[in-house]
Design a binder for this molecule. Structure first.
Ligand code: ZN
Length: 203
C-alpha cells in the first residue's frame, strides 16, 4: 500500500510557510515503511533539528480505481481518519531551495502517524469535519475540512489520474496552519470533533 500526501491544501498554512498558492494539488508519496507502528513513540531522527507536526485528515481507499470522476469518488472510501505528516522542515527547506524531491524530509521511517478510523456513516458531512491537534494538552492546530482548497472527492479525482488507487491506500489531505516543532517528551493527541484518534509520545 502507499500513502499519497497533499501539500498546500489550506490557505492559512500556505501563508505561514510563505509558499505560493498552487494551481493544482501538490502531491508526494510516502512508502508503507513511514507508518509509525501502533503504540510506538516517535523518535526525532538525527538528521533534523526541526521536525514539525502536520495534523491531517486521512481517507482510506476501499476499491481499486483509476481516472475516478469526482462524482463517483465517494464510492472509493468509507473510512475517515486522522494522522500526522511529520516533516523535517530544515531538510525540506534545503531540498526545496535546490529543487530536489522532498522524500528524505517527509518519507523517513515513522514520519506517518495513522490513527483510528471512523466510518463515513458516523460523520455527518466529510466536507465539514472539525479536527485538532493538542501538544501537551494545549491545542496547537485546528482545522475544518470545509477550508480545503481541494475537497476529498476532488483530491481522489486528481490523484487517480496519476496513481492507480488500491485497497488500503491512504490519502493525507493536507495540514491547516499551526505547524510547529516537536521536542522530546511532547505528547501529541489528535481529535476529530471530540473523539481522540491517536496519542503519541515524542522521544
Ligand atoms: Zn502535510
Amino acid at each position: 500500500m502507499k500513502l499519497i500526501c497533499i501539500g498546500r491544501n489550506y490557505t492559512e498554512h500556505i501563508k505561514e510557510l510563505e509558499n505560493e498558492k498552487p494551481s493544482s494539488p501538490v502531491l508526494f508519496l510516502k512508502p508503507d515503511t513511514a507508518i509509525l507502528l501502533k503504540k510506538q513513540p516517535f523518535f526525532i531522527p538525527d538528521f533534523s533539528e526541526d521536525v514539525h507536526h502536520e495534523v491531517e485528515v486521512l481517507v482510506k481507499i476501499n476499491r481499486v480505481g483509476k481516472h475516478i470522476d469526482k462524482k463517483f469518488a465517494h464510492k472509493y472510501y468509507n473510512e475517515i481518519g486522522l494522522g500526522i505528516d511529520f516533516t523535517a522542515r530544515d531538510l525540506q527547506a534545503q531540498l526545496k531551495a535546490k529543487g530536489l524531491p522532498w522524500e528524505k524530509a517527509k518519507a523517513f521511517d515513522g514520519a506517518a502517524v495513522v490513527g483510528n478510523w471512523l466510518s463515513v456513516d458516523t460523520v455527518k458531512n466529510v466536507n465539514d469535519i472539525n479536527f485538532s491537534l493538542q501538544n501537551n494538552n494545549s491545542i496547537v492546530q485546528q482545522g475544518n475540512t470545509s477550508h480545503m482548497l481541494w475537497k476529498i472527492d476532488e483530491l481522489i479525482e486528481y490523484v487517480s489520474k496519476y496513481f492507480t488507487l488500491k485497497i488500503g491506500d491512504i490519502i493525507f489531505t493536507g495540514t491547516p496552519s499551526g505547524v510547529g516543532k516537536v521536542v522530546a517528551n511532547d505528547k501529541l493527541k489528535g481529535f476529530i470533533e471530540d473523539k481522540e484518534m491517536f496519542s503519541i509520545t515524542v522521544k
